[in-house]
Write a protein that binds this ligand. Structure first.
Ligand code: LLP
Length: 414
């Protein structure tokens, strides 16, 4: 990413020039990096019946979604809002899967009307409501059952969604029962099984165990006269984090391709979010002030946890570098934001070269669960987003204006 003089470049654009032109905090995405990740997945999973459904929650900028849709990707959505976004971005309804433990009747109706590929259903009561909703519309709802595979993965507990006892999915036993029930229900069209192991996974073994579980469940169903046509393995493919290895894409794809061969004619789905967008995104922020507190050197920047929540919420490590490094010794510093919370810290004890107020710092690998998890906490407007494609620079979301944030007309006084 850096050029010969150590200046941070995002494709053909100097990070400092982008910061000057659009202001900070600023999310910048590289289209080439996004395309690179997409190509890697496409090549690894090039086999008949494979469908890549991008988990929109990772980065829901409409321009990013439109690119992925144009390249022929499907989508995984978890709300009516994400469904609308997916449809507006050009994802084909027949390639959209709808997950989530708490779908409302309105969300079900929207998915049914759009003609999505399948609903990943997570409880018996949800199954019943989906059936009633479909019947009321004179349709049959396509259904997969989300299984909680009870496989612990080595990631932060907040993002390990498949532990026994988690709120997601149902137990393998219950999945069998619900699948048989769905197969007999007139309002439903039973299609298959869904699993999702969690996020930021760096090993192939959990996928191996998940695939063995889905295969054995589908064999049990077959023995009872019910065939599955969709096996959805979820997402979770890890993206770079300092001190972690690379995600073993080839090993995971060979595990899942082998599983797919167990069912000829099957649609095999993967739902990566982070893997596609994380490394394509950089958060640029300007150093406001320096101070020393009890020997601890603080660098106070203009981006906060409301703009990028991952370090505060998960203790996630993201590399931080000056966009235009100055010569001199590296000294440890804590990079902190302006939000009134002591967890508003982007990095502790980071060894950085000399920096001065006005310098631009870059938080790397911020393209997934960055802007999409942002908020207006402390009444801070959301940052702008820019997409760089070679020398082409496009503002893909303008910075939120204070007037939008403080829209008094929408909040009537009592
Ligand atoms: N499929 C389902 C059903 C999911 O719940 C998720 C993510 C994905 C796919 C995509 O997972 P990915 O490939 O991006 O790991 N905010 C957290 C991550 C939460 C992920 C929630 N579900 C973070 O910043 O690490």
């Amino acid at each position: 990413m850096a050029n010969a003089r150590g200046r941070l470049m995002i494709e053909g654009a100097a990070a400092t020039a982008l910061a000057r032109r659009f202001g900070t905090p600023l999310y910048v995405y590289s289209q080439a990096a996004l395309r690179g990740r997409w190509e890697a997945l496409r090549q690894a999973f090039q086999a008949p019946g494979f469908l890549l459904c991008y988990a929109i929650k990772a980065n829901s900028n409409p321009a990013i979604c439109r690119l992925l849709a144009r390249w022929g990707t499907g989508a995984e959505v978890v709300s009516g809002g994400e469904l609308l976004l997916a449809l507006h971005s050009g994802f084909k309804p027949s390639q959209i899967v709808f997950s989530g433990v708490g779908k409302t009747r309105e969300e079900m109706r929207a998915g049914l009307r759009a003609g999505i590929l399948t609903f990943n259903v997570e409880s018996e009561e949800e199954l019943a409501l989906l059936s009633r909703t479909a019947k009321a519309l004179g349709r049959r709802a396509p259904v997969s059952i989300r299984v909680n595979p009870a496989i612990a993965v080595a990631s932060h507990p907040h993002i390990a969604t498949a532990r026994a006892g988690s709120k997601f999915g149902v137990s393998p036993r219950e999945a069998l029962r619900l699948a048989l029930k769905a197969a007999k229900s007139p309002g439903l069209r039973f299609l298959g099984l869904h699993g999702h192991l969690g996020s930021q996974i760096f090993a192939a073994a959990p996928y191996e165990r998940e695939s063995r579980l889905l295969i054995s469940l589908s064999r049990e169903l077959k023995a009872r006269g019910v065939a599955i046509t969709i096996a959805d393995f979820g997402g979770g493919f890890g993206a770079e984090e300092p001190g972690r290895r690379e995600f073993p894409l080839d090993r995971v794809s060979s595990v899942l391709r082998r599983a797919a061969r167990a069912f000829p004619g099957l649609t095999t789905i993967i739902e990566p979010g982070r893997y596609l967008t994380a490394e394509a995104g950089t958060l640029l922020t300007t150093l406001l002030y320096r101070k020393t507190v009890l020997g601890r050197r603080l660098l106070i920047v203009d981006a906060g946890m409301n703009d990028f929540l991952r370090p505060a919420l998960y203790g996630a490590r993201h590399e931080i570098i000056p966009a235009n490094p100055r010569p001199g010794p590296r000294t440890p510093a804590d990079v902190v934001g302006p939000v009134c919370e002591s967890t508003d810290v982007f990095g502790r004890g980071r060894r950085l070269p000399p920096v001065k107020p006005g310098d631009v710092l870059a938080v790397l690998n911020a393209g997934a669960y960055g802007f999409s998890m942002g908020s207006n906490y402390n009444s801070r407007p959301r940052p702008a987003e820019v997409l760089v494609d070679g020398r082409d620079i496009r503002l893909i979301r303008p910075r939120e204006a204070l007037s939008e944030l403080l829209d008094w007309r929408r909040c009537k006084s009592p």
